[in-house]
Design a protein around this ligand. Structure first.
Ligand SMILES: C[S@@+](CC[C@H](N)C(=O)[O-])C[C@H]1O[C@@H](n2cnc3c(N)ncnc32)[C@H](O)[C@@H]1O
Length: 248
């Protein structure tokens, strides 16, 4: 299927982990639904484990890691073509995946067709360099997000009947490893293994990635980063644009 994560998904099981503070609101949104579909499940970090859950993902590499973690049954397919009959599930959930789909609206239609409720966890695209200090170092992230049509809540609302939206701040010691995870730990972005587990770094050019990492390294060494952003280091949590969207 030519899935991107067959190219960039190696090491996901080492670099990305379910964070309990991110997981809890997702589980609260799934609520009492008993039959759950996890679309774009990846390694299954946010698949419920206390009830029947089927994972769907186009990447064989990601599903192999999901199997190793014993996260339950899975099917290799895409959000846009879910291989299930209508209303097979009580709830379909998609965590940090919708921005990867080739056809957002088709994927959302499929979630609606196969489930009574839908839960999406997204990070809305950055609109300005002021949204997150990382953009000072890797500004082409914003261009990539615009080119690839990273979805907003409003985009989801064109297909889903949204019932609630919650902002989800990222805790200071977040363990997931997604882009917004290290808002208070800038040194993490100097590690190529950390960047390897964040897909946007595979979408910007190698040159932009190298220049940004070198500038960040220099600013950390000189104290410039801390002079501008050091107050973040003592905050308990920070909002980086993550939203939990519920629909029915
Ligand atoms: C950032 S990972 C998130 C995985 C998991 N949900 C998590 O939060 O740990 C994005 C996942 O979306 C999957 N994906 C990419 N295109 C997809 C599509 N068209 N339909 C469903 N999943 C897709 C990728 O293969 C990858 O496993």
């Amino acid at each position: 299927m030519g899935a991107t994560y067959d190219d960039i998904g190696a090491g996901y099981e080492e670099g990305r982990h379910p964070d309990p503070r991110i997981r809890q609101p997702i589980m609260d949104a799934i609520g009492t639904s008993t039959r759950v579909l996890d679309v774009g499940t990846g390694t299954g970090n946010y698949s419920p484990t206390d009830r029947p859950c089927v994972g769907v993902d186009p990447s064989a590499l990601m599903l192999a890691q999901r199997d190793r973690a014993n996260r339950g049954p899975s099917v290799q397919s895409t959000a846009e073509a879910l291989p299930f009959t209508p209303s097979s599930f009580d709830c379909a959930v998609g965590v940090l995946t919708a921005h990867h789909w080739h056809d957002l609206q088709a994927g959302l239609e499929e979630m609606r067709r196969t489930s009574g409720r839908q839960v999406l966890f997204i990070r809305e695209p950055f609109g300005s360099v002021d949204d997150f200090w990382l953009l000072e170092y890797f500004p082409t992230i914003m261009e990539v997000e615009a080119q690839r049509h990273y979805p907003t809540v409003a985009d989801l609302g064109r297909t889903l009947d949204i019932t609630a939206v919650h902002d989800v701040p990222v805790p200071a010691d977040c363990v997931d490893g997604f882009l917004g995870c290290y808002w208070n730990r800038p040194e993490a972005f100097l590690d190529p293994a950390v960047r390897q587990c964040i897909s946007i770094f595979s979408f910007i050019s190698d040159a932009d990635e190298l220049v940004g990492a070198n500038r960040l390294r220099a600013d950390l060494a000189s104290g410039r980063w801390d002079a501008h952003h050091g107050a973040l280091r003592s905050r308990p949590e920070y909002f980086v644009g993550h939203r939990l969207v519920m629909a029915a």
